[in-house]
Design a protein around this ligand. Structure first.
Ligand SMILES: Nc1ncnc2c1ncn2[C@@H]1O[C@H](COP(=O)(O)OP(=O)(O)OP(=O)(O)O)[C@@H](O)[C@H]1O
Ligand SMILES: [Mg+2]
Length: 456
C-alpha cells in the first residue's frame, strides 16, 4: 500500500475521529465518526462544530493551557468517553482533535468492572503487606504487663536475644508465644535478617519435608522449574520460628535434628547439602517433656531444642496484669472503632478477675473488643461484657416436649461450648478441635449436625 493510503487506512480505524481548526470548523472527520454520531460526512466539513454535532464541547479547548481533556458525551442516547487534544504549532493553538476511547456503555461497564477488580486486588495486597509489616515489627514493648512473672519473662527474652541458642517457648493458647518469638528476634543481632515462620502442623506429612527443606528441580511431578527454597534456607542469617512444634510429624523429626546438629540441610531430590546459619525458636502449647514420655516426640530432638526454655505463665496466674492489658487494648480500640473510652468501671475489673481466661490474652482481647462495640460515652461498664457465667439454673421452658430432655440439654451445651471456643480462636477450626481434644473431621461433623457456621 502506498504511504498516503496507508495513513488514511489507519485513520479510518480510529473510533470517532474528528478535527476542528482554530475557528472551530470541522476540517476532518472519519467515516466511523460520521456513522456513530449519525451525520453526513461530506456536508459536515467546513461547518462550525456544534452546528454539526450540538453536544460537542471540543471547541472549549481552542483557548487556554489545558492541552488534553477527557470527556463524557451522549450520542443517540449512548454514553461515550473521548479524548480531546489541543493541536499546537509551536506555541500557537491551531485546532483540536478528538477521538473516542469508548463508544458504548457496555464497554464502559466492562472497563469499570475490570478496573475495580484490579483496585480491589491491589488493596488486598497492600493490606497484607501492612499486616506482615506490623507482625514482624512486634517487639518487647508490645508485651504488656509488669507483674513479677512478666518481668521475669522479659528478662528471659533479653537474655535469649544475646545468644544464638535454640529457644523453646511453651505456654497455653493465647499467652503470646508468637509475640515472644518476634521480640527475641527483634532484640537480637539477627533483627536485620528474616524472621520466617512455619507451622509444623500446617502441612500434610508428604509436603512438610519440602516446606522445611525445599526441593530441587524435577524432584517430583509438579515441582517448580528451578526448584524451591525451603523455610530453613529462607531464614538463613535470620530466625526460623517453628510454631506448634509438638505436632511435628514423627518421620520428619530426625531430619530436623540433623539440620540442627550439622547446620546443613538437604533439599528434597537434591544433590549437595546446603550450609545454613539459622537461629531456631520453637513454640508449643503442650509440655514437650510429657510428649517425650508419651512417645510422640523424639527425646534427642527435645534435648537439642530445649537449650533455653521459656515458659509463659497463663493469665490466671498474673491477674494483676489485667488493668494494664485492658487499658492498652482500650486505647488501641478507641482508634480502630472510633470510640472515646477513658474510664473503666471498677466492677469490670472485678468481673474480669473472677474469670479464669482459658484463652488467655487472646480471649481477653476478644472480650474487650466485644464490649467496646456496645460501649457508649466515655466509660466501659460491666454490662457491656458478655462473659461466660456459670449457668447453674436451667431454663426448662426451652425444652421441647417432643425431644428427650437429656439429649436436648447435652446438644445445647455442646453447641454453646463449640461456639465459645470458636469465638475464642477467631473461628480457627483446627485450633478449636485441638483445644476440645477432638479431631478436625469430628469437629466438622459436630458443627454440621449442630448447625454451627463460622465466617472463616
Ligand atoms: N502480654 C501480652 N501483651 C499484649 N498482647 C498480648 C500479650 N500476650 C498475648 N498478646 C496478644 O494476644 C494474641 C495472641 O498471642 P499469640 O498469637 O502470640 O499467642 P500464642 O501463644 O501464639 O497462641 P496459640 O498457641 O493459640 O497460637 C495476640 O494478638 C497477641 O498480640
Ligand atoms: Mg501462636
Amino acid at each position: 500500500m502506498e504511504l498516503g493510503k496507508a495513513y488514511k487506512f489507519f485513520l479510518d480505524h480510529i473510533h470517532g475521529l474528528m478535527v476542528i481548526n482554530k475557528a472551530g470548523n470541522v476540517v476532518y472527520m472519519n467515516r466511523q465518526c460520521a456513522d456513530y454520531i449519525k451525520v453526513d460526512l461530506v456536508s459536515s466539513i467546513g461547518k462550525y462544530v456544534t452546528d454539526v454535532f450540538p453536544p460537542s464541547n471540543m471547541q472549549n479547548l481552542l483557548t487556554g493551557n489545558k492541552r488534553v481533556n477527557s470527556n463524557f458525551y451522549f450520542a443517540d442516547g449512548r454514553m461515550s468517553f473521548s479524548m480531546q487534544v489541543q493541536l499546537r504549532e509551536g506555541d500557537a493553538i491551531v485546532g483540536v482533535l478528538e477521538y473516542d476511547l469508548i463508544q458504548d456503555v457496555d464497554a464502559l461497564e466492562d472497563f469499570v468492572a475490570k478496573y475495580t477488580k484490579i483496585l480491589a486486588e491491589e488493596r488486598k495486597t497492600y493490606r497484607e503487606q501492612l499486616r506482615n509489616l506490623r507482625r514482624t515489627n512486634y517487639s518487647i514493648g508490645d508485651l504488656i504487663g509488669s507483674s513479677p512473672k512478666m518481668i521475669e519473662l522479659k528478662n528471659r527474652i533479653m537474655q535469649a536475644a544475646t545468644t544464638n541458642s535454640t529457644v523453646v517457648i511453651t505456654g497455653e493458647t493465647g499467652t503470646g508465644k508468637e509475640l515472644v518469638a518476634h521480640s527475641i528476634h527483634n532484640l537480637s543481632a539477627r533483627t536485620f535478617g528474616n524472621f520466617i515462620k512455619i507451622n509444623a502442623a500446617g502441612f500434610p506429612e508428604s509436603l512438610a519435608e519440602s516446606e522445611f527443606f525445599g526441593y530441587e528441580e524435577g524432584a517430583f511431578t509438579g515441582a517448580k522449574k528451578g526448584g524451591k527454597k525451603g523455610k530453613f534456607e529462607l531464614a538463613d542469617a535470620g530466625t526460623l520460628f517453628i510454631d506448634e512444634i509438638n505436632q511435628m510429624p514423627l518421620p520428619l523429626q530426625p531430619k530436623i535434628l540433623r539440620a540442627l546438629q550439622e547446620r546443613e540441610i538437604d533439599r528434597v531430590g537434591g544433590g549437595e547439602s546446603v550450609h545454613i546459619d539459622v537461629r531456631i525458636i520453637a513454640a508449643s502449647n503442650r509440655d514437650l517433656a510429657e510428649l517425650v514420655r508419651e512417645g510422640s516426640f523424639r527425646e534427642d530432638l527435645f534435648y537439642r531444642l530445649n537449650v533455653l526454655p521459656i515458659c509463659i505463665p497463663p493469665l490466671r496466674e498474673r491477674k494483676e496484669d489485667l488493668p494494664e492489658l485492658v487499658m492498652d487494648k482500650v486505647v488501641k480500640l478507641n482508634l480502630e472503632l472510633g470510640k472515646n473510652i477513658i474510664y473503666v468501671d471498677d466492677a469490670v475489673y472485678g468481673r474480669l478477675r473472677d474469670h479464669d481466661w482459658p484463652g488467655n490474652v487472646r480471649e481477653l482481647h476478644n472480650a474487650i473488643e466485644q464490649a467496646m462495640n456496645y460501649a457508649e460515652g466515655d466509660t466501659l461498664r460491666v454490662e457491656y461484657f458478655n462473659l461466660r457465667i456459670d449457668n447453674s439454673r436451667l431454663d426448662l421452658s426451652k425444652l421441647s416436649s417432643f425431644e428427650n430432655p437429656i439429649e436436648a440439654i447435652k446438644r445445647e451445651a455442646e453447641r454453646k461450648l463449640i461456639n465459645e471456643i470458636l469465638a475464642m480462636f477467631d473461628g480457627n477450626r483446627s485450633k478449636t478441635a485441638d483445644y476440645l481434644k477432638i479431631s478436625r473431621p469430628l469437629l466438622y461433623q459436630k458443627m454440621a449436625r449442630l448447625g454451627i457456621k463460622t465466617v472463616k
